[in-house]
Design a binder for this molecule. Structure first.
Ligand SMILES: Cc1ncc(COP(=O)(O)O)c(C=O)c1O
Length: 386
């Protein structure tokens, strides 16, 4: 590097992220290259974003073609690419959730999910869960169960109540005629990729029906194929009223979306929700190409097969206590601090991430990850030395 680009970024940006000491300049599938030409296996998927792998040629050419035709026009006009992207998303959406609203990020998706629940029910309270993460805006921080993210930003928006994740009785005790919604990540990613048992999700659906409240699944990490299905819902036969999506849905072009039931949709009129950039033509082209690539290359099957293999083989490692999560939302619980493994793997050119649980490392790889690359990771991990 002729100029010190690390220094430039550090000097010009707020120090909000403790960055890995590498500058990534190029990507292809599950691989990225740094500015020195060193290649890394990206098991962090660019932060759970690059579903189709880095720079999938079909996604890149769809974006290039759209960029040369029309970069942007908002929702005040119709657009051919937006129409096709919305149609594709509604086609793969769980039955009963075939109405889409587009925004630009996960936090914005969750903000709008909360707004919808309040508007549709005319109630104010939202039941959230300890250990959850829903975004960095004041509204979504107020719904976030991990206190460390919100303690410097008081006061919270009112009306958010918290129950331990997986504890149905605690949820029931909080429910009332004021409950607008129960909102959760079906797998709590930051909290070590924790899923609950099937009865928990079924019970939440029943409680919401009984109390006339909406069920919101934040599928910003579990959505778009990461669990081996397009969405967590309708796993265990449970379909929520609202799903929020972001991260992987457009393979790295910023985009968020809500999928909502007909009943929720029927309460929404002109001007109730809005956004300038939502479903711009460029993001729409990327969304459409992402869905097409996942289907064309059978990436859901790939996630099911390879994540099964990964999880089985991980348990052979003497430092692995357990694996958590679903598919390629994988939490690896170690017998010591996960950051030791993350740092060691990075030294051996493999990018992974930690979580808010000290001993749990997270893998959020592209859905294209193959067995040979998993074997390479396992081999390096087996040679771990503190
Ligand atoms: C489950 C979940 N919800 C919401 C968000 C917020 O998404 P964004 O950073 O796009 O606002 C994240 C981001 O990590 C997330 O993992």
């Amino acid at each position: 590097m002729s100029r010190n680009l690390f220094e430039i970024e550090d000097n010009c940006q707020l120090k909000t992220y403790k960055k890995f000491p590498i500058s990534i300049v190029r990507g292809e599938d599950v691989w990225v290259w740094d500015s020195e030409g060193k290649r890394y296996l990206d098991l962090y998927g660019g932060h759970a974003v690059v579903a189709t792998g880095h720079c999938h040629p079909d996604v890149v050419s769809a974006i290039q073609e759209q960029a040369s035709k029309l970069l942007f026009y908002s929702n005040v006009v119709y657009n051919d690419t937006r129409a096709l992207a919305a149609e594709a998303l509604c086609r793969i959406a769980p039955d009963g959730l075939k109405n889409a609203f587009f925004i630009n990020s996960g936090a914005e998706a969750n903000e709008n999910a909360i707004k919808l629940a309040r508007k549709v029910t005319g109630r104010t309270e939202i039941i959230n869960f300890e250990g959850s993460f829903h975004g960095r805006t004041i509204g979504t921080l107020s719904a976030t169960g991990m206190t460390k993210y919100r303690e410097s930003f008081s006061p919270r928006v009112g009306g958010h109540l918290f129950a331990p994740f997986g504890d149905l009785a605690a949820v029931e005790a909080l429910m009332s005629d004021d409950t607008a919604a129960v909102m959760l990540e079906p797998v709590q990613s930051m909290w070590g990729a924790r899923a609950a048992g099937p009865d928990f999700y079924k019970g939440l659906r029943e409680l919401c029906d009984r109390f006339g409240a909406k069920l919101i699944f934040d599928e910003i990490q579990t959505g778009m194929g990461r669990t081996g299905e397009f969405f967590f819902s309708p796993r265990h036969g449970v379909t929520p009223d609202i799903i929020s999506l972001a991260k992987a849905i457009a393979s790295g072009v910023p985009m968020g979306a809500l999928l909502v039931s007909d009943e929720v949709s029927s309460h929404i009129g002109y001007g109730d929700l809005g956004t300038t950039f939502g479903a711009g033509p460029l993001a729409s082209a990327a969304l459409l190409a992402t869905i097409t690539v996942i289907e064309k290359y059978n990436l859901l099957d790939n996630v099911k097969q390879q994540s099964h293999y990964l999880r089985e083989r991980l348990l052979e490692n003497k430092h692995v206590v357990a694996t958590h999560g679903l598919g390629f939302l994988a939490g690896i619980e170690f017998d010591r601090e996960a950051s030791l493994f993350r740092d060691y793997l990075l030294k051996h050119n493999i990018i992974t991430g930690t979580s808010s649980v000290a001993n749990v490392l997270r893998l959020l790889p592209p859905l294209t990850l193959q067995q040979a690359e998993i074997d390479q990771f396992l081999k390096v991990l087996a040679a771990f030395q503190e």
